[in-house]
Design a protein around this ligand. Structure first.
Ligand code: NDP
Length: 289
C-alpha cells in the first residue's frame, strides 16, 4: 500500500482564493480592508522569515498588514504600551506577536495584554479558556491547520481514536481539544509517555507534533491509519524534514502529509482566516452600537 498524499500546498491555494473573496465581501460592506499587525522584537532570525511569509499571504488576499519591528532592547513597559495602542486602533483587527521573545520579555505579558478579540493566534487566557469550554474562540493556527486538512479530505473524526504526540500550548493541547469537540477519542502523548509505539499503533489518526526528525517509524503506525506530520526539523545539510519517517510510513499509512508541503503551508492561511473572522466580528459589533 502507498499512502494517499494529503497535499497542503494545493489546499492552501484553495483557501487563499476563498479568503480573497471573503476580503472583497468585507471591503464591500465596511469600506476598509481587514487590518493585521505583526509585532516582532528583533533577535530571532527564524521569526523574521515567518513574519515575511505572513505579510506575503496577507498581501495576496488583500488584508492590510504591517510589521512592527522593535529593537531587541525594547522594555516590557514599551511592549505593553505598543500592544495597548494596537488594541484600541480600529483599523487593526488582528495582532500577532512573534515568538520567541528575548529573555527579558515574557510571553505572559503578551498573552495578558493582547485584546482577546484581536488575538488571532489564540494565546490569551480567555481564548484558551473558551477553547477548553467548547465556546467560540481563536486558537493556535497550526492546530486549526490540522483540523482543516482533515475536514477538507473528508476524514471522519467522530468515534475515531486520534493519538496526538506532543502537548505544547501551540500545537498538541489546542489540537486535542478541537478533536475532542468533534467527538474523537483523543490520547495525548509526551516525553514521559511509556512505550510510545504501542500507543501510536492504536491510532486511527496519528498526529506528530514533537520536533524530533523522523521519529515515527513504519512499525509505529497501524496499517491504513491517517498520519499528520506537524514537525519541522532543519536538516544539517539544509532543507527540512518532519517528525515522521516519510519513506517508511508511506508504505503503511492510508494517508499522510508530507514535509514540506503539508501542514506548514496551511498554517499562515489559517492565521489570515482567523484575522478575517476577527474583522467581521469587530465590525459587526461596532455597527450594532
Ligand atoms: P514543543 O517543543 O513546544 O513541544 C514538543 C512536544 O513534544 C512536547 O509536548 C514534548 O513533551 C513532546 N516530546 C518531545 N520529545 C519527545 C519524545 N522523544 N517522545 C515523546 N514526546 C516528546 O514543540 P511545538 O509543539 O512548538 O512544535 C512541535 C513541532 O511542530 C516542531 O517540530 C515545530 O517546529 C513544529 N511546528 C510546526 C508548525 C507548522 O506550521 N507546521 C507550527 C508550530 C510548530 P513534554 O511536554 O513532555 O516536554
Amino acid at each position: 500500500m502507498t499512502a494517499t498524499v494529503l497535499n497542503g500546498k494545493t489546499l492552501s491555494a484553495t483557501l487563499k482564493a476563498e479568503l480573497r473573496e471573503d476580503v472583497h465581501r468585507y471591503i464591500a460592506q465596511y469600506q476598509q480592508a481587514p487590518g493585521l499587525v505583526i509585532v516582532r522584537v528583533e533577535g530571532d532570525a527564524a521569526s523574521g522569515f515567518y513574519s515575511k511569509a505572513i505579510l506575503r499571504i496577507a498581501n495576496e488576499i488583500g488584508v492590510t498588514a504591517r510589521l512592527e519591528s522593535l529593537p531587541e532592547q525594547t522594555t516590557a513597559e514599551e511592549l505593553h504600551t505598543i500592544l495597548l495602542d494596537l488594541n484600541t486602533d480600529p483599523a487593526v483587527h488582528g495582532i500577532i506577536v512573534q515568538m520567541p521573545l528575548p529573555a527579558h520579555l515574557s510571553q505572559d505579558l503578551v498573552a495578558n495584554t493582547i485584546d482577546p478579540a484581536k488575538d488571532i493566534d489564540g494565546i490569551s487566557p480567555l481564548n484558551a479558556g473558551n477553547l477548553v469550554l467548547g465556546l467560540p474562540s481563536f486558537q493556535a493556527s497550526t492546530a486549526s491547520a490540522v483540523m482543516e486538512i482533515l475536514a477538507r479530505n473528508d476524514i471522519q473524526l467522530e468515534g475515531q481514536h486520534v493519538v496526538v504526540l506532543g502537548r505544547s500550548n501551540v500545537v498538541g493541547k489546542p489540537l486535542s481539544l478541537l478533536l475532542l469537540q468533534k467527538n474523537a477519542t483523543v490520547t495525548i502523548c509526551h516525553s514521559r509517555t511509556r512505550d510510545l509505539p504501542s500507543m501510536t499503533r492504536q491510532a486511527d489518526i496519528l498526529v506528530a507534533a514533537v520536533g524530533r526528525a523522523n521519529m515515527v517509524k513504519a512499525d509505529w503506525v497501524r496499517p491504513g491509519a491517517v498520519v499528520i506530520d506537524v514537525g519541522i526539523n532543519a536538516l544539517p545539510e539544509g532543507g527540512m524534514t518532519g517528525d515522521v519517517d516519510y519513506a517508511g510510513v508511506q508504505e503503511v499509512a492510508g494517508a499522510l502529509t508530507p514535509v514540506p508541503g503539508g501542514i506548514g503551508p496551511l498554517t499562515n492561511a489559517l492565521l489570515l482566516k482567523q484575522c478575517l473572522e476577527a474583522a467581521w466580528r469587530q465590525s459587526s459589533a461596532r455597527a450594532a452600537h
